[in-house]
Design a protein around this ligand. Structure first.
Ligand SMILES: Cc1cc2nc3c(=O)[nH]c(=O)nc-3n(C[C@H](O)[C@H](O)[C@H](O)COP(=O)(O)O)c2cc1C
Length: 190
């Protein structure tokens, strides 16, 4: 059944369990197309998308990221790093690394807008995604950062800001976290 757009927005969840089956190329292309049609500061379209479908490399990135999380200051993230059962991409068969041109005006904002577009295009096809920010620790690491940027063929001068896990959902109908209240106010008259 066709979903109206606000329903797509509301039904998207961070999916943390995926089927092994690889996502169809045609669907992946639509997701990436969604990313490329995001707005961007001064229309610089400063993003680059690296599609990784290599399990070994993804597990390697996950293990190294977890080691870095274990050494961090944040209790929640440290516990994540110590969780032996966690693979940071939740074993999704596809991961899109989203990097941005560091010389652009607003690479963080451009790439974030691209990520959200991709999450929503995926949800419109009932494909699961999770925005994975923890990879920043690895890709901005003083030594390992360059090593992994090379391994992943990230273009010169680009910084990896986000990763998106993509795959068919193992579980449908995930419950949404409650929305916080009092997050809107209007000013109509002085
Ligand atoms: C910038 C950013 C980074 C995130 N990084 C992670 C992450 O590393 N791992 C993860 O499981 N979820 C990550 N998330 C997903 C959030 O945990 C999730 O969006 C939030 O709990 C709300 O749940 P929902 O997406 O199902 O609405 C990230 C979300 C954002 C916006």
């Amino acid at each position: 059944m066709e979903k109206i757009f606000l329903d797509v927005i509301k039904s998207r969840r961070s999916v943390r369990a995926y089927k092994d089956e690889q996502v169809k190329d045609e669907q992946l292309e639509l997701i990436l197309e969604g990313g490329m049609w995001a707005p961007s500061g001064i229309n610089q379209q400063s993003w680059h998308f690296t599609v990784v479908q290599n399990k070994e490399l993804l597990n390697d990135i996950s293990n190294e990221t977890k080691k870095i999380l274990q050494k961090g200051e944040n209790d929640y993230l440290r516990k994540l790093g110590e969780n032996e059962n966690l693979q940071i991409f939740y074993n999704a068969p596809t991961v899109i690394l989203v990097s941005g041109d560091e010389k652009a005006a607003t690479p963080m904002e451009d790439t974030s807008a691209a990520v959200q577009n991709m999450l929503l295009v995926a949800e419109s096809m009932s494909i699961g995604t999770c925005w994975v920010g923890t990879i920043q620790g690895l890709f901005s690491h003083p030594q390992l950062g360059e090593v992994y940027k090379k391994k992943c063929n990230i273009p010169e001068g680009y910084k990896v800001y986000h990763a998106v896990s993509v795959g068919y959902k193992k579980i449908e109908g995930q419950k949404a976290p409650r929305r916080k209240e009092n997050k809107i106010n209007y000013i109509k008259h002085l």
